[in-house]
Design a protein around this ligand. Structure first.
Ligand code: PLI
Length: 462
């Protein structure tokens, strides 16, 4: 008699056509490599990495449709046809009429910050992102975090930990005045909070508030498709809407967006700056020529723009985003089954280990997340990233370390790259490190670059 099937699994909506061999290394090789990299996984050579979960940025596998698009790259200096194809899709999927290509996300952040911020301004946002905040600060602003308190608590099960606390926003507006706040800087999902989404309801409330206060809203749409997926899954009234419909609806209240195309769009390079404001557009096009390249290529090859245009079409396919987030959930749930502390709910692009809990015997100044990232690499060659005190940098005014509540190791999943077996191996490695955690010693920082220190900082074992 046939057994009753209780649960039906899902699988990726693609099969593998090209493979890239990866190197298996010994523990001795990895110990040497991490020491040479000064315990910073950004300084490892990628050929010494087995499973690379450093980032989902530019590390995605493109589809055959995208690769085919690369062959029709129009490499004209001005007016490439791929630029126009991409522009059409920016209008279609983000609903923004004006568009400037940039070489990646931070280039778009640079232009937005330069155009909108005056020295002495304040930027309110739903938690900082490293490059975003730096460009805002370099333009002369002070960043103020107005995310809800739940976002700072790894255990809180709030379904929309990316939401803004309107009371915090109102407090800032009353303190400094709306004139000093050129725009509200919203991201969805929030990377540093663990890939946590913002709800449509919160966006509506913010829209109402900002309209009254006369404050513009800008959106970091780098992983906006993941945010749209969470809205569909978790927010009342959205289950029947398509990802494309939700994405467009989400962005209606915003004057503009910046996007690192290296994420949602499943390409290896590229950025987008798009807006509804014609005056802003003129200024952005002009500055694009100064910093990026002509406004019809913005530092990109024609073929890259074609791959981006096609990535925009693929990113809103329901099965594609479901499989992407399903893989992250699979990893998170498996880690939980070993009792390993992670940020919950499980995020969109990554699983975040709670290093404060994992290495509870270390002080934050002994860099628990940096330490844990190095230990996991030594155990198995799996490369993650620190998202704690090192990433948080220093207070721009006092020069002290920022001590974030979240001290995390990020295991980030490139899209369409790794299999379930890769995840099993990763989780088993982390479970082993968890077993042996009490023996682990912390780190001290021996070199600190001025900007974005997590990329190039150097450490030594205590
Ligand atoms: O790396 P860029 O310059 O293309 O994009 C910068 C950037 C902007 N916003 C957000 C939310 C990001 O996550 C982001 C880059 N993130 C990286 C590199 C990451 O590993 O998460």
């Amino acid at each position: 008699m046939a057994k009753k099937i209780l649960k039906r699994s899902w699988a990726e909506p693609f099969k593998i056509k090209v493979v890239e061999p990866i190197k298996m290394t010994t523990r001795a090789v990895r110990e040497k490599a991490i020491k040479e990299a000064a315990y910073n996984t950004f300084l490892l050579r990628s050929e010494d990495v087995y499973i690379d979960l450093l980032t989902d940025s530019g590390t995605n596998a493109m589809s055959d449709y995208q690769w085919a698009g690369m062959m029709i790259g129009d490499e004209a200096y001005a007016g490439s046809k791929n630029f126009y194809t991409l522009w059409n899709n920016v209008k279609k999927y983000y609903g923004m009429p004006y568009f400037v290509p940039t070489h990646q996300g931070r280039a778009a952040e640079h232009l937005v910050s330069k155009i909108l911020i005056k020295p002495g301004d304040y930027i309110a946002g739903n938690m900082y992102f490293t490059t975003t905040r730096l460009h805002q600060e370099l333009a002369g602003a002070t960043f103020v975090d107005v995310i809800i308190d739940e976002a700072h608590n790894p255990q809180s099960q709030h379904p929309f930990k990316g939401n803004v606390d309107l009371k915090k926003l109102d407090k800032l507006v009353k303190e400094v005045g709306a004139k000093k706040i050129p725009y509200l800087s919203i991201a969805g999902p929030v990377n540093m909070a663990g890939g946590q989404p913002i709800s449509m309801q919160n966006i509506s409330e913010l829209t109402e508030y900002c309209k009254k206060a006369g404050i513009k809203m800008w959106f970091d749409a780098t992983r906006a498709v993941e945010n749209a997926y969470f809205i569909k899954e978790r927010e009342k009234g959205y289950a029947e809407k398509t990802i494309a419909q939700i994405l467009k609806e989400m962005l209606v209240p915003f004057e503009g967006i910046w996007v690192s195309a290296k994420k949602d769009l499943m390409v290896n390079i590229g950025g987008i700056l798009a807006t509804r404001n014609k005056k802003f557009f003129a200024e952005a096009k002009n500055l694009c020529v100064v910093y990026e390249g002509l406004h019809t290529y913005g530092g990109l090859a024609g073929r890259d723009m074609e791959a981006m245009a096609r990535g925009l079409e693929e990113m809103v396919e329901y099965d594609t985003i479901k499989a992407r987030i399903g893989q992250v959930e699979y990893c998170g749930n498996k880690l939980k089954s070993y009792g390993i502390p992670i940020v919950e709910p499980i995020g969109g692009h990554a699983v975040f280990l709670d290093a404060k809990k994992f290495l509870s015997h270390l002080k934050q100044i002994e860099f628990p997340a940096q330490t844990l990232t190095a230990e996991i690499y030594v155990d198995s060659g799996v490369r993650g990233m620190e998202r704690g005190i090192v990433s948080a940098g220093r207070n721009a005014k006092t020069g002290d370390h920022n001590y974030p509540k979240l001290e995390l190791v990020r295991l980030t999943f490139p899209r369409r790259v790794y299999t379930q077996a890769h995840i099993d191996v990763t989780v088993e490695s982390i479970a082993q490190v968890y077993e042996d955690r009490k023996k682990i010693r912390g780190l001290k920082m021996i070199y600190e670059p001025k900007y974005l220190r997590f990329f190039q900082g150097r450490f030594e074992k205590l």
